[in-house]
Write a protein that binds this ligand. Structure first.
Ligand code: OGA
Ligand code: MN
Length: 299
């Protein structure tokens, strides 16, 4: 039986059924999923049974996998495979992380609007987040359509941001929450990287805004003006008409296109409820400046 694609919104979110992702996919099913993922930036696959290896194997169909940022910290003991981002609130004994736990405080940064790994020179193409356990209330994930947000910008703003390059660092987003506990190897690994503000998606040909709470400075612009522009673009892009809110069910796999979306995790009582969420992330094909044909000086 061929896969079924059910639109949730006209061209942002769809649900996909009649497919089990934990075993090798028929080439026509993979092609249908990739075609749907060019039109829709978010695909929801309900009721997927995965162990970590199965989830990573499915992700490998889309390209090379990223390694978790926690690996940059030598004294961090990984609970999961190094290709799996541990975005839940559990320790290696499956207990909820204490309020003052470093991993918990670090992951609170996921509650700010962002796109994954824009702080890496080669950022993420797509993320695949699987819900192993979820809280009964709260803990939704919101997604903003940055293609629709770009299309709705005034022409003067489109002209203003064309060719602009922002500096992204995960230390910038964490600093917004007062988190500054980075050691020397992290400071080196997380030095700011350049990313375009507006990009063209090679597969669909659509334009997209590309911003995140990781963005701080804009090259060639004074700090205050850059901060104001980034705040205005974020406020514009996260208006209700561009946002889909996902209420998780256990075993949902949601995949999103980081090139043209932002997302944020919503609050829940993380000292009371377990939320076990595991993310496999696929790298993009080239740095965004390179993709847009911009030559960018090293610093
Ligand atoms: C992520 C992320 C938010 C959430 O997995 O990249 O930001 O709701 N998650 O868990
Ligand atoms: Mn994220």
């Amino acid at each position: 039986m061929a896969i079924s694609v059910h639109a949730v919104t006209p061209d942002f979110v769809a649900e996909v059924g009649d497919v089990a992702l934990n075993k090798p996919l028929a080439p026509e099913d993979l092609a249908a999923i990739r075609a749907a993922f060019t039109k829709y930036a978010i695909l929801i696959f309900p009721d997927q049974e995965f162990d970590d290896e199965g989830q990573l194997d499915f992700a490998r169909n889309f390209g090379p996998l990223e390694t978790t940022v926690f690996k940059a910290r030598k004294d961090h003991k990984l609970r999961l495979h190094e290709n799996m981002a541990d975005v839940g609130n559990l320790d290696s004994e499956n207990r909820v992380l204490a309020a003052d736990n470093r991993q918990r405080l670090y992951n609170l940064g996921n509650r700010l609007w962002h796109t994954d790994s824009s702080f890496k020179r080669l950022p993420a193409y797509c993320s695949m987040l699987h819900a192993r356990s979820i809280p009964p209330i709260g803990g939704q994930t919101e997604y903003a359509d940055m293609r629709a947000a770009y299309d709705a910008l005034p022409e003067a703003t489109k002209r203003r941001i064309a060719g602009l390059v922002a500096e992204h660092s995960i230390m910038t987003s964490r600093a917004k929450l007062g988190f500054k506990d980075f050691d020397e190897s992290e400071r080196v690994a997380f030095a700011p990287v350049p990313q375009v503000l507006a990009r063209k998606l090679p597969d669909s040909g659509r334009m997209s805004l590309y911003i995140a709470s990781h963005a701080g400075a804009i090259r060639g612009m004074v700090g205050e003006e850059a901060g104001k522009l980034l705040d205005e673009l974020t406020a514009h892009a996260t208006q209700r008409q561009f946002v889909y809110s996902h209420r998780w069910r256990v075993k949902d796999l949601v995949i999103w296109d980081n090139r043209c979306t932002m997302h944020r995790g919503m609050e829940f009582d993380d000292q009371r409820y377990k939320r076990d969420m595991r993310r496999a992330t696929v790298s993009d094909v080239a740095p965004t400046c390179e993709q847009m044909g911009l030559a960018v000086a090293a610093e």
